[in-house]
Design a protein around this ligand. Structure first.
Ligand SMILES: [Zn+2]
Length: 76
C-alpha cells in the first residue's frame, strides 16, 4: 500500500489530468500526513498522496485525481 512506499521516483499513474486535460503520466511526489485533529476538522484523510502531472507540472492530491486515473501496469 501507499504507506509502504520507499522509493517514490519509480511510481507513476496514468490517466487524464484534471488540470490540463492531457492523457499523461503522474509521478508520485510524496505522501502528505495531517495531524488527526486537523484532518478531522477539514474532512481530509490522514494521509494523501501528492502527484505531479508530467505534462503541466501541476501538483494534485489523491482526491483531485478522477476515478479514471489508474496505476500504470507493466503487464501487457
Ligand atoms: Zn496536467
Amino acid at each position: 500500500m501507499l504507506n509502504q512506499i520507499k522509493d517514490t521516483s519509480s511510481i507513476t499513474l496514468f490517466g487524464i489530468c484534471p488540470s490540463c486535460g492531457a492523457n499523461t503520466e503522474f509521478s508520485l511526489l510524496g505522501i502528505q500526513r495531517w495531524p488527526e485533529r486537523v484532518a478531522k476538522k477539514a474532512g481530509l484523510p490522514l494521509e494523501q498522496s501528492l502527484w505531479q502531472c508530467c505534462n503541466c507540472d501541476t501538483t494534485l492530491m489523491d482526491a483531485s485525481l478522477g476515478a479514471d486515473i489508474k496505476p500504470q501496469s507493466s503487464e501487457s
